[in-house]
Ligand binder design. Sequence first.
Ligand code: TRP
Length: 375
Amino acid sequence: MDFVVTPWEVKGKVDYDKLLQQFGARPLTSDQISLLNKYAGEVHPLIRRGFFYAHRDFDEILKWHAQGRPWALYTGRGPSGPVHIGHMVPWILLKWFSDKFGLEVYFQMTDDEKFYDDPELSLRDTTRWAYENALDVIALGFEPDRLHLIVDTLDIKPLYPIAVKVAKKLTWNTVKATFGFTDSSNIGLIFYPSLQIAVAFLPTELRGETTPVLIPCAIDQDPYFRLARDIADGLGYPKPATLYSKFIMALTGESKMSASNPESAIYTVDEPKAVKRKIMNAFTGGRPTAEEQRKLGGNPDICPVFHYHMLLDPDDASVEKIRQDCRSGALLCGECKLRLYEKIERFLKEHKERREKAKDRVDEYRLSVKLDIKK
Ligand code: TRP
């Protein structure tokens, strides 16, 4: 195998079709996309453009919806550092689903997972990052009745009884084979999958009726939800449905961004100067000289700058024009980068204002805080 994808690492050039076969998830078909169109009245560009490209039971949960039955959304974040634009992309789709279908969102902040996983981070650090990262989620425009934040170490109470039942169904053998744990993995990491799986069953417990979740996330999280689906029946819970994205390209051109190189990603708190510098220094699919590029054209398929235009520009015609003008050599990388900078800066300016307003409001969104109020 010339690439490796696990929930903790992505190495090599990812073959996304092979990965599906490996995991046993399904490609998203045009019939399924039409079904979404039927119920949502439109299809989000991130799905239309194939960035979200695979799933488990996505069509089933839409049919469930069509019968007027309850469902919810679930996703999460490992809070180990600042949020970058790449993290925001799937959350933009999350917000879209929540708005289109009137769905509640369960959002897990795994401060425990990141503490177990990273020898450099203290638990205090990861819990702080959970609060910090929550600002970016809230800034997408969620109201507290729609978004339920679960910071694992703080909001464990409603989750723990479910995690306990999940843990009893998972053997060491299974988790070892699924996640590649070894004899020297700490036992926190080994137990942790029970918690990520437990949230998929939480809405059913809280509502006291069968409430499946749709989980939009990157394809590397599939191992958790494959296990969740295997054990759901035996616990009397509905199987979660999933919708999987590819990875966001790093500005350096690699398949996935790495937290170790801050120049490879644009953070939501970056100042305009830094945003500009990172974009202007990015790897591109262009030619070594302007002259060659005018003659031969560039390659948008391998270009992170084009990738971000594709992810962030809602206007299909505008994205198509950039693609064609790149290929023909009419558009040079400098100009293309400047346009991207303007798009991102416009987004970030508003985002930062909303993020600022979310400060001191995180607790209003925390699930266990809300449950205590209700009691
Ligand atoms: N394990 C994920 C990460 O490291 C965080 C997470 C928790 C998550 N629950 C999730 C991601 C559900 C996607 C969907 O980022």
